[in-house]
Design a protein around this ligand. Structure first.
Ligand code: ZN
Length: 340
């Protein structure tokens, strides 16, 4: 749990994944034959020497914010990095990663008492909010932070009831953790396994694109989080995935615009789950994509599958998952790989 918590608390908005890269490099080097960080920020670990190349990918970046402007009163305006719902922002605590160290801030807005009836009804957009770092004016604020500094939602991690855990950046430090564990356990004689902690997924699947081109794999699996539907006000036909009922094997993402899992990969994953008595669920996603979507259209096409961990409140400051699903996703991939 210590490693998982460390990964979730680490700082890594898209393009600024350094802290996560360091953890991945260190952990991969304990069990892999070779580890490199490419000039895009992807951490690529290799194990084995076989002819067949299998790529495993999990993105290391997380959604966050970035300082856009410092007002003359010393407050910060920001842009969103990745898919963030404006409604989660108000009153969040954030950490601004500056050259001089971490600066704490509060996302502020006009209080409800001062809002007109019309204002109360609408969602405050991110460009109507600001970050308060306690600076008295623009000079003091500019001494503390700079335009372009990355901003994290405040790190948090903990346990709820029934083996459910919560934390920041659950999407996709769960995948990063799974990659580390898979590389420790996997034994494949006639293949080379590449595990890639990809950079900049949340802003356009970019790290997966360049690393898949470089590796030129024969097969691939992306490991990510997906949307659980087991909370109030989500209809079963919107998402039937439940926490604790196993990892999800994706059939397609984004109504077919994302990955369409290759039948061979799908068959191997399902057969493995049945044979090894690993619980699993089937995921047909209407919206949302993973690294799988770009890896499978690399070069002449790569048969690709996606294994994901159902997550509540995805892209929120504290998402919730079940530890059993994470452990079962690791087991599923480790057991499935020899069948490729
Ligand atoms: Zn993700």
């Amino acid at each position: 749990m210590e490693l998982l918590e460390k990964l979730c608390r680490a700082s890594g908005i898209s393009g600024f994944e350094n802290e996560v890269q360091e953890i991945m490099k260190k952990e991969f080097s304990k069990s892999c034959d070779d580890v490199e960080v490419d000039n895009f920020g992807n951490v690529i670990a290799r194990k084995g020497k076989g002819k067949k190349k299998i790529m495993l990918a999990a993105h290391s970046d997380e959604i966050g914010l970035m300082v856009k402007h410092i007002s003359k009163e010393g407050f910060l305006n920001f842009v969103k990095i990745g898919g963030i719902d404006d409604r989660i922002l108000m009153q969040q605590r954030v950490i601004i990663k500056t050259k001089k160290g971490d600066v704490t801030g509060i996302i502020g807005a006009k209080p409800p008492h001062l809002q007109k009836e019309e204002e109360k009804k609408k969602v405050m957009k991110h460009d109507e909010l600001f970050i308060d770092i306690g600076a008295k004016d623009s000079d003091e604020a500019k001494d503390m932070v700079a335009v372009g500094d990355p901003i994290l939602l405040e790190p948090n991690f903990g346990k709820l009831n029934n083996n459910l855990y919560f934390g920041k950046a659950i999407d996709n430090r769960l995948g990063c953790y799974a990659l580390i564990k898979i590389m420790r356990q996997v034994k494949v004689k006639d293949a080379t396994i590449y595990a890639v902690a990809t950079a900049q997924e949340e802003v356009g699947l970019k790290g997966a694109r360049v690393s898949a081109f470089k590796i030129d794999p024969d097969y691939a699996i992306a490991i990510d989080t997906t949307i659980a539907g087991d909370t109030p006000y989500i209809k079963e036909n919107e998402s039937s995935l439940k926490l604790g009922e196993g990892p999800a094997i994706t059939i397609t993402e984004a109504s077919g615009r994302g990955v369409v899992t290759h039948p061979k990969i799908r068959e191997i994953l399902v057969k493995t789950a049945v044979e090894k008595k690993i619980p699993y669920q089937v995921d047909v996603l209407e919206g949302g994509m993973t690294d799988g979507a770009i890896i499978y259209i690399t070069r002449a096409g790569v048969p690709t599958g996606v294994v994901s961990i159902p997550t509540r409140y995805i892209h929120g400051p504290s998402s919730v998952f079940c530890l059993d699903d994470l452990n079962n996703s690791i087991k599923l991939v480790v057991c499935a790989l020899p069948g490729f």
